[in-house]
Design a protein around this ligand. Structure first.
Ligand SMILES: N[C@@H](CCC(=O)N[C@@H](CS)C(=O)NCC(=O)O)C(=O)O
Length: 240
């Protein structure tokens, strides 16, 4: 199927929902939006991305988003929120399957998706934190989580290249936006969170080369992230 992605900026206008067309309400830097976009791209599902300004949320968005957060997926008059719920819905409806069939393996992968969400939450302090002590606590916490992830990756005895081996899975879509941050962070900082963790290093390299991962963000993503980091001028920027 030919893939069509349309970018549209909407500030205050009302959106119309036609039949089964998918609209992904987005914000350019949001890692949770990227998860949904990666899964849509992996499944070759056409979608329209509608980018909003989170600092000035449009009224129509406030009405449809119970938590006021992106991503929101709209289809046939339905509204879905929460990135993991959105990707699980896409997995149920569209092929090819990205989850493994075996229930225990699938459940374990979902557990590691949760783990990935906790790492994303920790990363906020690394990006924006103003207090060096709090920054260092989160850095150490993230490093210890990365070490646990490394153990999980090496347990299978095979070197990826993806989380569960040769096939790209939903876990990969969940972690790819997390790892993407470090491509930019490592340009401006000497922090090397994954140093000495070869499975993670190989995994993040493969993820960054995956077309769905590359296409899930705007072309100038890194510049926008740098501008965001500069604006917050936290410990990370001040030490760079
Ligand atoms: N748990 C949510 C997190 C989504 C989230 O935090 N989105 C951020 C942008 S990356 C947001 O919309 N923030 C706006 C706000 O909190 O007002 C998910 O997985 O979808």
């Amino acid at each position: 199927m030919q893939l069509h992605i349309y970018e549209r900026k909407m500030m205050n206008s009302k959106i119309d929902v036609s039949a089964n067309a998918i609209k992904l309400i987005s914000f350019d830097l949001c890692p949770y939006v990227q998860r949904a976009a990666i899964v849509l791209l992996e499944k070759n599902v056409p979608f329209e991305r509608i980018t909003i300004d989170l600092a000035n949320k449009p009224e129509w968005f406030k009405k449809i988003s119970p938590l006021g957060k992106v991503p929101v997926l709209q289809q046939a008059g339905n509204v879905l929120f929460e990135s993991t719920v959105i990707v699980e819905y896409l997995e149920e409806v569209y092929g090819p399957a990205l989850h493994p069939a075996d229930p225990m393996t699938k459940a374990r992968q979902r557990a590691w998706m949760e783990f990935g969400s906790s790492m994303l939450a920790d990363l906020w302090v690394i990006e924006t934190g103003q207090d060096p002590e709090a920054f260092e606590i989160k850095r150490k916490l993230l490093r210890s989580k990365a070490e646990q992830l490394e153990i999980e990756l090496s347990a299978s005895g095979q070197f990826g290249p993806y989380f569960a081996g040769p096939h790209f899975s939903i876990v990969d879509a969940v972690y790819a936006p997390f790892f993407r941050y470090f491509n930019t962070i490592e340009m401006i900082s000497s922090m090397r969170l994954f140093e000495g963790l070869p499975h993670i290093e190989a995994w993040r390299t493969h993820l960054s080369q995956r077309p769905s991962v590359q296409q899930a963000v705007v072309a100038d993503y890194s510049d926008r992230l740098l501008a965001f980091l500069r604006k917050h001028n936290g410990v990370l920027m001040r030490n760079s």
